[in-house]
Write a protein of this length. Structure first.
Length: 227
């Protein structure tokens, strides 16, 4: 029996299962923090009856803030997963070797070949979706153990750990996005058509612009320190 590589990542049942697993995980996270918020507010009401409004407010605010952040992160993750699905439905997996040491600007940065000029490389940054150690461990494993990539590194893509155990999004590269929405001269028509199909040729979000500014400032500081 001959095995045929799926034309797109999402045509592979294993990819569908991995994506659905990530979606369930994000829904579980949102549900947990939403329930926590409701219970915490209820508990704060009880405390208010015992100790007064001021004490109850001091007790309630930290828990409410943590719960709101948890719900927001879960919601953001679900939004990222929706964009991931469009990419996985347009691009096949490319299996990439381990990259070794981290990029000078941080562990979340690495390089991938330019689809139109494979001898050149594109700088890509993982899109953060968590605040704990799990995200950094996943990124570190992708660098040290190899990974699968689907997408166009000039715009956006999805990185999967070996065995499709974790899906991570990478952000667009602003230099390849024209203000008027037209195809940049350095991007081939075929690559541009596929990126449009995946919905990754839109202008960068405020989050992506902020990260790009921070990245530029960090690089400038490193150049000054090394000079």
């Amino acid at each position: 029996m001959t095995y045929h590589e799926p034309e797109t990542a999402f045509a592979d049942p294993a990819t569908v299962r991995a994506w659905q697993r990530e979606r369930r995980r994000s829904l579980t996270t949102m549900t947990f923090w939403a329930l926590f918020l409701v219970l915490w507010v209820g508990l704060s009401t009880v405390v208010s009856g015992w100790s007064g409004t001021v004490v109850a407010s001091i007790f309630a605010v930290p828990g409410i803030l943590v719960a709101v952040v948890g719900v927001a992160l879960g919601s953001l993750r679900r939004e990222h997963l929706g964009k991931m699905r469009a990419v996985l439905a347009a691009y096949p997996w490319q299996h990439c070797p381990a990259l070794g040491e981290a990029h000078p600007a941080g562990i979340e940065y690495f390089r991938l070949p330019d689809p139109d000029e494979p001898q050149k490389h594109i700088h890509v940054a993982f899109r953060r979706y968590g605040t704990g150690k799990r995200w950094r461990r996943a990124v570190a494993e992708a660098r040290s153990a190899g990974f699968a990539f689907a997408g166009d590194p000039r715009y956006a893509g999805v990185v999967a750990l070996p065995g499709l155990r974790e899906l991570l999004a990478v952000r667009p590269q602003h230099v390849y996005i024209e203000a008027d929405g037209t195809r940049p001269r350095t991007v081939s028509e075929e690559a541009w058509r596929r990126a449009e199909e995946a919905g990754i040729t839109t202008a960068p979000s405020a989050e992506e612009q902020r990260r790009n500014v921070l990245y530029s400032l960090r690089r400038a500081a490193q150049r000054r320190a090394s000079s």
